[in-house]
Design a protein around this ligand. Structure first.
Ligand SMILES: *Cc1c(COP(=O)(O)O)cnc(C)c1O
Length: 422
């Protein structure tokens, strides 16, 4: 009971240390990841993890929940304040579970959901045939306009009119444009559908006021807490007061048992961080960095989907470089050079989601490291060099050294011993 992780289980300890070293020495451009702060990490490793607290504050099914009640209420109050929401549920273990909880609260099996096509940027919990959502509901998808590569709201309105969905989902995992929720409210109202805003990717931007706000227009909003919001892994659901009871019942006992109180504590810390003025500057910098990186990539000859970015991410269309180069190959080459991105389909991709013709790139993590516009130009040039010289392993080795130098100049966390957050 008394031995430290390092002493008792060096095998596990060394793996964690290894990943810390990887995170420190690689440039990660995955738009759905971030580095949670030391305070968030500490909260997450507290003994609050040991408690069963099924239920909600003051209405638990276990005794001894005094502190669990306190921490959950604090998280709820902070999230309500941060997002200006009537009601917040802070218990969902992940974004997919939050979405399932919403479906379970508002729909019956077989009901129709109108959501974005997955290979145009949607999320698997929005109706992938192999996902719970695709099995239990009748899914109708909207896609992107082939000309603009943007969502065409007239098409969405027509589909809504034709299929009469009970729920419309707006929100994506790989869409480089801003979303105005007021227009979506009109479409939902025209067919008497619920509107769910899934803002997992852009929640931080919303809090930082560099993206339109879904809360006034959506019946329900779901978000993960670990992407641009920069908290621990997990999710929350925001909703109008009338739906509070059904959402809460749907999360517990509908879908989950005991909440992860340590994760809820860490969410509370993240909400406090997000309420600081520095967080707004951070979000503004994410956007500015993305714009600079996008411009330099285009100057260097890459085509970006929609011709740029309005948020934290961009999609490189690799067919603009070579018809033979897939997203999978490009992402593997970049990893050899210490640059971590993920392969992603581009709209109307002819390759499978496992191969793809695109890569998805985002600036939340490099911005957390403190990098600014100058470094974004450098990073775009490093990506370009790797892709242009993809037949030369020696280029990748050379770039890897430059990536490590850049990472060293913008460290994350304090050092290896911080893997334990002591
Ligand atoms: C990331 C994401 C989710 C949730 O993901 P989990 O991995 O289940 O936490 C849900 N919706 C969208 C749009 C996302 O991008």
């Amino acid at each position: 009971m008394k031995q430290s992780l390092k002493n008792f289980d060096p095998e596990v300890f060394e793996i964690a240390v290894g990943d810390l070293a990887r995170q420190q020495s690689c440039l990660t451009l995955i738009p759905s990841e971030n580095y949670a702060s030391r305070a968030v990490m500490q909260a997450q490793s507290t003994v609050l993890a040991n408690k069963y607290a099924e239920g909600y504050p003051e209405t638990r099914y276990y005794n001894g929940c005094h502190y669990s009640d306190q921490i959950e209420q604090l998280a709820i109050d902070r999230a309500k304040e941060l997002f200006g929401a009537d009601h917040v549920n802070v218990q969902p273990h992940s974004g997919s579970q939050a979405n399932i909880a919403v479906f379970h609260a508002l729909l019956s099996p077989g009901d129709t959901i109108l959501s974005m096509k997955l290979d145009h940027g949607g999320h698997l919990s929005h109706g992938l045939p192999q996902n719970f959502s695709g099995k239990y509901y009748n899914i109708v998808h909207y896609g992107l306009d082939p000309e603009t590569e943007r969502i065409n709201l007239e098409t969405v309105a027509d589909l809504a009119d034709q299929h009469r969905p009970r729920l419309i989902i707006v929100g994506a995992s790989a869409y480089p444009c801003q979303i105005g929720f007021a227009e979506w409210r009109k479409i939902a109202d025209s067919v008497d559908a619920y509107l769910l805003g899934d803002v997992a990717h852009v929640a931080g931007l919303i809090v930082g006021k560099v993206h339109p706000d879904p809360v006034p227009y959506c019946d329900v909003v779901t978000t993960t807490t670990h992407k641009t919001l920069r908290g621990p892994r997990g999710a929350i659901i925001l909703c109008r007061q009338e739906l509070a009871d059904s959402i809460d019942k749907s999360v517990f006992p509908g879908l989950q048992g005991g909440p992860f109180m340590h994760a809820i504590a860490a969410r509370a810390v993240a909400f406090k961080e997000a309420a600081q003025p520095e967080f707004t500057s951070y979000q503004e910098q994410i956007i500015s960095n993305a714009r600079v990186m996008a411009n330099r990539l285009m100057e260097n000859g890459f085509r970006l989907v929609t011709g740029g970015t309005e948020n934290h991410l961009m999609l490189i269309d690799l067919t603009s470089i070579s018809a033979k180069l897939s997203g999978r190959q490009a992402a593997n080459y970049l990893e050899e050079a210490g640059i971590i991105v993920n392969k992603n389909t581009i709209p109307f991709d002819t390759r499978s989601p496992n191969t793809t013709s695109g890569i998805r790139i985002g600036t939340p993590m490099v911005t957390t490291r403190g990098m600014k516009e100058d470094q974004m130009t450098q990073v775009a040039n490093l990506i370009t060099e790797v892709i242009q010289n993809r037949r030369q392993a020696s280029t990748r080795q050379k770039i890897k050294t430059r990536v490590e130098e850049l990472c060293q100049a913008f460290p994350i966390y304090e050092g290896i011993d911080q893997v334990l957050w002591s």
